[in-house]
Design a protein around this ligand. Structure first.
Ligand SMILES: [Zn+2]
Length: 148
């Protein structure tokens, strides 16, 4: 990513209003309350911003473990199923003291619809903002398919 691309990315991120981020934080916390996490005991909530609309998601576990889906992917898939195609921000909330970041699978899904998205990781102990580039610097992308 060039310096100009990075500046443009941060410009888009800074354009997200603080009140919108507050709404995303609230929706992510609300979603965590609906998590189905009887096996891990680790509820997670996520909220994604797509063209001004907020979509929420929670982790949903399964007794087979492998079929469990993270909150971030559920939120993104919910948004896409409602017609969204571009994610501007993802807010993740975990009721923990430490800050948790999305897993690799979720980052790859976020890369599909929000390569420039702001990612905010919130916990009861604080929060931290990231770019996708920081968390998944070598995301697999469509141009790589063309190099077959
Ligand atoms: Zn995940």
């Amino acid at each position: 990513m060039t310096d100009l691309e990075l500046q443009l990315q941060w410009g888009r991120i800074m354009a997200i209003l603080p009140t919108t981020l507050d709404e995303l934080r609230r929706r992510a916390r609300e979603a965590a309350a609906h998590a189905y996490a009887p096996y891990s005991g680790f509820p997670v909530g996520a909220a994604v911003l797509c063209d001004g609309v907020v979509h929420g998601g929670a982790n949903v576990e399964n007794v087979s473990y492998g079929l469990s889906v993270c909150a971030e992917r559920n939120a993104v898939f919910s948004a896409v199923a409602r017609g969204a195609r571009r994610i501007d921000a993802v807010v993740l909330y975990t009721p923990t003291d430490s800050i948790n970041t999305p897993c690799g699978a979720c980052l790859q899904v976020i890369a599909e619809f929000g390569p420039d998205a702001l990612i905010v990781c919130c916990s009861d102990g604080g929060e931290k903002e990231y770019t996708l580039e920081e968390l998944l610097p070598a995301a697999f992308s469509a141009p790589q398919l063309a190099k077959r």
